[in-house]
Ligand binder design. Structure first.
Ligand code: ZN
Length: 73
């Protein structure tokens, strides 16, 4: 979503885990023999969403226990 391939500028489908290097499907396949080192942008977004959801849930679960939340941050 809004991420562009760093090679051709097309909308990116993949990113390298832990970096902000983004690639479209084509460039990813051209540049990486093994695209399993790459992460789908969608999956990354989905993962982040899950993390946020977990955080929200944790916050609700431990609402009475403010100390835990502060440690988490
Ligand atoms: Zn590209």
């Amino acid at each position: 979503m809004g991420k562009k391939c760093i090679i051709c500028g097309e909308e990116a489908t993949f990113c390298i885990k832990g970096t902000s290097d983004y690639y479209c499907q084509e460039c990813a396949e051209e540049n990486f023999a093994d695209i399993s080192v790459l992460q789908k942008v969608e999956e990354e977004a989905q993962r982040l969403k899950e993390v946020i959801k977990e955080r929200m849930k944790e916050k609700q679960d431990t609402d009475a226990d403010e100390e835990n939340i502060k440690e988490d941050i």
